[in-house]
Design a protein around this ligand. Structure first.
Ligand code: ZN
Length: 153
């Protein structure tokens, strides 16, 4: 089911999300909805608070496979990169954000099984951006430059 993506100004985007403790059908349905929604919106990723759910759940798809991250934690970072970033919850804007070049993260899948991932470049940027959402942080808080995009056709 497609979910409505909340926009900046909605207090749910500023809350620290709670850990997922139940790896059940409800979590699976949430992840399925997030996948459908991020694809419909042509996004690189989506965090649960962006659809109004204050839980530590993220989906990412930047062309390196589709990832579902539950209770993700960044455990190591390396290097630095500066580049453009946008957000489905901050429509019409883009900004330049400095992020680590490489990150290692630990997370659980929808069944509660533990996994690790290593991400570089834009994938690392997406992991940092989406995980920030879980702590109520938007990229606009970190952007060294922020600009308006031309209106959509
Ligand atoms: Zn975002």
């Amino acid at each position: 089911m497609l979910r409505y993506v909340v926009q900046t100004g909605d207090p749910v985007l500023r809350k620290k999300c709670g850990q997922v403790t139940a790896f059940n059908k409800e979590l699976g349905a949430l992840l399925d909805d997030m996948k459908e929604t991020v694809r419909a919106e042509n996004g690189a990723g989506l965090a649960a608070p962006q659809i109004g759910i204050s839980k530590r759940v993220v989906v990412i798809d930047v062309g390196e496979g589709y990832f579902e991250l539950v209770n993700p934690v960044i455990v190591a970072v390396k290097g630095e990169q500066s580049g453009p970033e946008g957000c489905l919850s901050v429509k019409g804007k883009q900004g330049t954000v400095v992020r680590p070049y490489k990150v290692k993260a630990e997370y659980r899948d929808r069944f509660g099984k533990k996994h690790k991932l290593t991400a570089e470049g834009f994938f690392a940027r997406a992991v940092c951006h989406e995980l920030d959402h879980l702590d109520g942080i938007l990229y606009t808080d970190k952007a060294v430059e922020l600009y308006d995009l031309p209106p959509e056709e």
